[in-house]
Design a protein around this ligand. Structure first.
Ligand code: AMP
Length: 223
């Protein structure tokens, strides 16, 4: 386990690029929390609260949850004490206004974004990946062919039963990809202009991508 001070990371990329898988590994190595707005909101949906019911409506069809709602959830989470030395954001920001609000919040904390890791995977690979994805409530995700759990259908980390996300069906995936290109991909340009963007090839093997991301982080630390 390594510790780098104030490591504020963003993982950018289309759904199914491997953001969650890599964020989980980086979280363990650098001892910073992985924050997935998708996971936070799925937990809220499962709790069946009025806000959860509202979120479900957007999430099940693959459209983005309105910025105000996501921002409230995310900014609250960043206030928690485990974020004091940094965090790895997975699935946030997804729009330019989200990125701007986050930047302003971090200016107040004097802890700007350290790096935005952009995991690049072509659209044609995404549908194949997502239809074979299986998830666990604990946030872990698997692939039926390339990242199998040790015991079929059971999470390696917590032993719970794996499930297929309702939005990992072909029709919803197409919608999510379309929304990604329209609303989220402009963030690549946004962070490139800030000289904060580090692209990695998401088609490589998981361990290879992980090692490239660690190299990027370790170089940041020596700047
Ligand atoms: P994910 O688990 O990151 O694939 O997110 C699943 C769904 O949650 C998305 O399709 C959106 O409906 C919603 N969601 C997650 N993060 C965000 C975000 N930053 N902004 C808006 N909607 C989000």
């Amino acid at each position: 386990m390594s510790q780098v001070s104030n490591l504020d990371l963003i993982f950018l990329g289309p759904p199914g690029a491997g953001k969650g898988t890599q964020a989980r590994k980086i979280s363990a190595k650098y001892n910073i929390p992985q924050i997935s707005t998708g996971d936070l909101m799925r937990a809220s949906v499962l709790s069946g609260t009025p806000i959860g019911k509202k979120l479900k409506k957007y999430m099940s069809s693959g459209v983005l949850v309105p910025d105000e709602l996501v921002l409230e959830i995310l900014l609250d989470r960043l206030e928690e004490s485990d974020c004091q030395y940094g965090f790895v954001l997975d699935g946030f920001p997804r729009t330019v206004p989200q990125a701007e609000t986050l930047a302003n919040a971090l200016i107040k904390k004097k802890s700007p974004i350290s790096a935005v890791i952009s995991i690049e995977v072509p659209d044609e690979d995404i549908t194949k990946r997502l239809t074979a994805r299986r998830n666990c409530k604990c946030g872990a995700s698997y692939h039926l062919e390339f990242l199998k759990p040790k015991v079929e259908g059971v999470c390696d980390y917590c032993g719970k039963k794996l499930f297929q996300r309702k939005d990992d069906t072909k029709e919803v995936i197409e919608n999510r990809l379309c929304i990604y290109h329209k609303q989220t991909a402009p963030l690549i340009d946004f962070y490139q202009k800030q000289k904060n963007l580090y692209p990695v090839d998401g088609k490589k093997k998981i361990e290879m991508i992980f090692s490239e991301i660690c190299d990027i982080i370790n170089k940041l630390d020596s700047l």
